[in-house]
Each structure stands twice: as C-alpha cells, then as structure tokens.
Design a protein around this ligand. Structure first.
Ligand code: HEM
Length: 394
C-alpha cells in the first residue's frame, strides 16, 4: 500500500499536469500545418535524445561519439523532460542489472502501470536501490554539466526552444508552446515509457524466456526502434535493437548515419554466431515443449524382453498379432484393419521379422509410418531371428 509519504510530489505534478495541458491544447489551441510539422520534427529530435543519447550512448556505451554529437543529444534528451542523463542512466543500468526483481526500479512484475509511469510518482526506497557502477558518468563533463543545470536546461529545451522556433519562425507562439512544447512532450513521454511497460508485456521472447523483455514490431514502432527488447536485454552493448534490415529501428539508422560523418564511431555489434546461438536455443526449447505435448509411445528401454521362441508362442498359442521390425516387437491388433497398404500384408507378416518388407522390400515407408510404429511398441527381441522367419519379399 502506497502512503502519502511515499508519493514523489515533483514527479506526480509533472506527469499529471502535462496530460491536462495537452487536453486543453487539443480543444483550445489551433494547429497550423507548419507547427504540426515542427511538432513532429521536435518529437523525433527529443525522442532520439532519449533513445540514441540517454539510452544507447550513455546508459549502455554501445558506441563512441564526438563531442558535438554528445552535446546535441544532451540537449535533445533534456527536451524530453525525463530527468538528467545521470539520473536516467543510473535507473536504467539498475533495471538491466536487477531486471524483474525488487531492485529493478521499473520491474514489470509490479504491473504494467507501475513500470510505465507510477514508479516515477513513488519516492525511491534507498534500501531497495539496486547498486550500479556510474563512475564513467560522474567523470563525463557533458553529463555532469547537464545534471547540475538540469532544471533550466530542461525548461529551455522542452518549452522555450520549441516556442521560439514557431514564434520567430512563423509567428505561432501559442502553437509553438502548446503543440510543439506540451503536447509533443506528452507523446514523447508515453512513447519512451512504453519501453519499460509494453516492451515487457507484448511479443516474443526470442533469446531468453526467463525474464519479461519481449520483441514486437508495434513496440518498436511506438518507441523509435526500442521494441526488440528481448534482444536488447540479451545484448545491451549492441548499438542495434533490431538486427534485420526489414525491422523498424530508426535509432539504429540515425547512429549509423552519423557514423558516416565521424560523429559516431566504434559501433558495437555482438558476434552473429552468439546471436544465432541464443535464438536457436530458444527455438529448441519451444520445440521441446511442443514435443512434450505429443505421444511418442513407451521408451524402448522400458519394454519387456522376449526370446524369439516366446514371441512365436505369443502369436501361435495366444493369438497375439505381433510382428518384428528392427529388433522391436509391434502389436498390430488395433492397426491391421486401418493399414493404408491393406490388411493382407500385415496378416502375412504376423509372427515374422518384417524389417526388409517395411524398409523397401515391399514398400519403403514414409515418416508417418515410422512415427506410427512407436505407438504400437510391445516388446524387445532378445537374440536373433532365425533366417526362415525373415521376410525377403520383393
Ligand atoms: C506395423 C507396421 C506398419 C505400419 C505402422 C505401416 C504403416 C503404413 C502407412 C502409414 C502407410 C502409408 C504411407 C506411408 O506412410 O509410408 C503404409 C503404406 C504401405 N504399407 Fe505399411 N505399415 C506397416 C507395415 C507394413 C508391412 C510389413 C508391409 C509389407 C509387408 C507394408 C506394406 C505397405 C504398402 C505396400 C503400402 C503402400 C500403400 C499404397 O500407398 O498403395 N506395411 N503403411
């Protein structure tokens, strides 16, 4: 139960005021096409500040970047108003180290809405804080500058800058503030929050199913490519989230594009062999689960053993409908009338070794027949079959 003392006032005010102002915007502030285009451009700019900057560069160091690129991402990310790089990355590293546990700040096990937004409205319990190494961030001058000046930088980038562009650019001050500032921010917030909620809820566990992260195209579409989240948790230092060219990962495309101009470099890619191993292991696991649902007959080693004379006596004296194929005795009583090749062939084979006939002497059976055999297992033959009881049919 969350008490009043547990509520983080600052987080709650910011996260509830933005949607209210956005509702006001939709009904009361006219939207010109120029401001609409600018809002979309700024949505992607600030969104990439989080995905390419905060996430893949600072939290995971999945590539190196030149100083102008870092500065741009630090400013763009501040415009998404999701805390400083240092604050964001610390939580994110804890999320990776302690995924799905009590020390995961946005554990998916605490529910969809907790991981989406509520965790920011609840004061962090220092005793449950998951420890992570952020020495590199503490030594990074751009990170520390942004952290120390976060409130003015964030206010400027989130609200003042988009207003100035639309105001000075085409005289739409109101639209710049309410559409490119407030409403754009609402979309950026919930799009990136989906990485913590939706990406742990919707889709496939392509590489590891012991944890909640999942891969899904819809999440990728909403989150600028962060939706291949099972891959990301498995290979966090890879600058990609999507590994195939046809998957939607504009953040990866942006990082790669910037590398053409030397703005980014040393783009880390996990060895393909290791990626394929992980995928294959999951596929094997799924196949094993499917296999367990089917009936495969009693295992050979559990079958009773019979000498050839005992086998013959079962057929001749007790009227059992048995035949031998490859050292195993099969009971065809319930199958003989359903045999696609006809009753005659099986009847002629009772009490005999039909290995040859089954394997091509009469007819080379398909997989279906070989699979059916396992359900007809009766016993194992001890010793040899006398030559006269082996079918040599043509
Ligand atoms: C318990 C043992 C056997 C089982 C479970 C079995 C099962 C089957 C099955 C499922 C087929 C359909 C096609 C295929 O899957 O290959 C088939 C076809 C056939 N079987 Fe068997 N069979 C058995 C033993 C035999 C023996 C011992 C003979 C011959 C002496 C025989 C002769 C044929 C022939 C000639 C066909 C072809 C039918 C056609 O398509 O015209 N089968 N059998």
């Amino acid at each position: 139960m969350v008490s009043l003392r547990d509520i983080d006032l600052m987080g709650t005010i910011v996260l509830t005021t933005i949607p209210l102002l956005a509702i006001y915007t939709v009904f009361c502030v006219p939207l010109t096409w120029k401001t609409a285009v600018w809002s979309i451009v700024y949505y992607f700019t600030t969104g990439f500040g989080i995905t390419a900057g905060y996430h893949r560069y600072w939290s995971h160091r999945s590539y190196d970047a030149a100083k102008p690129y870092q500065l741009f991402m630090a400013l763009a990310g501040a415009g998404a108003a999701e805390g400083s790089i240092k604050w964001w990355s610390r939580h994110h590293r804890a999320h990776h180290r302690w995924t799905d546990t009590d020390r995961d700040p946005y554990s998916a096990h605490k529910g969809f809405w907790h991981s989406h937004i509520l965790w920011m409205m609840i004061k962090e319990n220092p005793k449950k804080r998951g420890l992570v190494d952020i020495n590199d961030l503490n030594k990074d001058p751009i990170v520390m500058w942004q952290h120390k000046n976060f409130i003015p930088v964030m206010l400027f980038m989130a609200f003042v800058f988009p207003t100035l562009v639309a105001g000075i650019g085409w005289g739409d001050w109101m639209g710049g503030y309410f559409w490119a500032g407030i409403t754009r921010l609402l979309f950026v917030h919930h799009a990136t929050f989906c990485v913590n909620s939706l990406a742990h809820w919707l889709g496939e566990t392509s590489f590891d199913d012991r944890f909640t992260p999942r891969d899904h195209f819809i999440t990728a579409l909403i989150t600028m490519g962060e939706g291949y989240h099972n891959f990301h948790h498995e290979f966090p230092s890879d600058f990609r989230n999507a590994i195939f060219f046809w998957q939607y990962d504009p953040t990866k495309w942006l990082i790669w594009f910037c590398s053409l101009f030397g703005l980014t470099y040393n783009l880390h890619v996990f060895p393909e062999n290791e990626v394929q191993k992980g995928r294959l292991q999951m596929q094997e696991k799924k196949i094993a689960q499917l296999k367990a649902k089917l009936k495969w007959g009693p295992p050979l080693e559990t079958l009773p053993e019979y000498s050839f004379d005992e086998f013959r006596s079962l057929v001749k004296d007790q009227g059992k409908q048995l035949l031998i194929i490859e050292g195993t005795i099969y009971d065809v009583e319930n199958f003989i009338d359903h045999h696609p090749g006809g009753r005659m062939f099986l009847k002629a084979g009772l009490g005999r070794d039909m290995t040859n006939s089954f394997n091509g002497g009469v007819y080379d059976h398909h997989n279906a027949a070989r699979n059916l055999l396992s359900g007809l297992r009766f016993g194992r033959l001890q010793g040899q079959v006398p030559e006269t009881y082996k079918a040599k049919d043509e």
